[in-house]
Design a protein around this ligand. Sequence first.
Ligand SMILES: NC(=O)c1ccc[n+]([C@@H]2O[C@H](COP(=O)([O-])OP(=O)(O)OC[C@H]3O[C@@H](n4cnc5c(N)ncnc54)[C@H](O)[C@@H]3O)[C@@H](O)[C@H]2O)c1
Length: 318
Amino acid sequence: LRLFLRADADLTLLWAEWRGRRPEQELTGMVVWVTGASSGIGEELAYQLSKQGASLVLSARRQHELERVKSRCLENGNVKGKDILVLPLDLTDRSSHEVATKTVLQEFGRIDILVNNGGRSQRSLVMDANMDVFKELIELNYLGTVSLTKCVLPHMIERKQGKIVTVNSFAGIVSVPLSSGYCASKHALRGFFHSLRIELVEYPGIVVSNICPGPVQSQVVSNALGEEVTKALGNGGDQSYKMATSRCVRLMLITMANDLTEVWIAEQPFLLVAYLWQYMPTWAWWITSKLGKKRIENFKSGVDADSSYFKFFKKKHD
Ligand SMILES: NC(=O)c1ccc[n+]([C@@H]2O[C@H](COP(=O)([O-])OP(=O)(O)OC[C@H]3O[C@@H](n4cnc5c(N)ncnc54)[C@H](O)[C@@H]3O)[C@@H](O)[C@H]2O)c1
């Protein structure tokens, strides 16, 4: 029971962590393009990858934030200035993606790993959210990611190798209230990449990985869209009970080192819900309706929507 309560990833990933290939051996010298590298999971990815000696392309919209991340990579990582390219990019500006890809190829000559990480979440009920919110979430999380992937893919096909790693979400597996547009965009991404993986079956050197995290410490809640597209939620509330960003990213590096196709990264009770959803959908419906009600109550009372559902699972992370 203790093992079950402590598990924070699916069994294949935990097995890979225990017996599999080490990121320290596999990722050194790789050229990795990370979108959404200016905060949260993407920022931490930049730090951990720079420690492995990977060459990095850091993309997001704000150049000064990316320069800040680059400086910290140079201070603490095993990289030099020439190993990191700061490349501002708006995922919703699809017409810029081809030029951005050419710039990366001119700089490094290849792209070993594309990490589709940039994205935004949602905190608003279906009845309250403006149509523009739904449109923006699909434009950014789904079409932006599809567009960049389509730009990078011909290069990987030519080399017959590469990894396309997409930060999906538990919201791509399980649907929750207050995030209907977000869930739709992440479900769409999961469907897209499962299809792409089969289309690439003749290229076994190209790996398509879906990473599905549960709640993780980051700016995702304060950056979430509310009822209007022009206004982010702002105050995300206490995030300390969520999985530490460093742990989530370490498990992502293990996923990349071991070419896993889909991983679930979350603490309990979220992990349990994902397993139920997969194997016992009738029970899953019952439990998610209870958790969903609590989620709306949490949000309406001004705390984070995912604040602990069950007291005995509650723990704080630094
Ligand atoms: N933190 C979580 O609990 C959690 C759980 C599951 C999935 N995710 C996913 O993880 C990914 C990273 O999110 P995070 O949690 O680090 O949140 P975050 O808000 O801290 O970081 C999001 C990043 O995406 C970038 N971004 C936003 N809009 C963009 C645009 N138009 N063009 C380019 N970049 C843009 C932001 O600048 C930032 O760098 C997202 O795809 C999110 O859906 C997060």
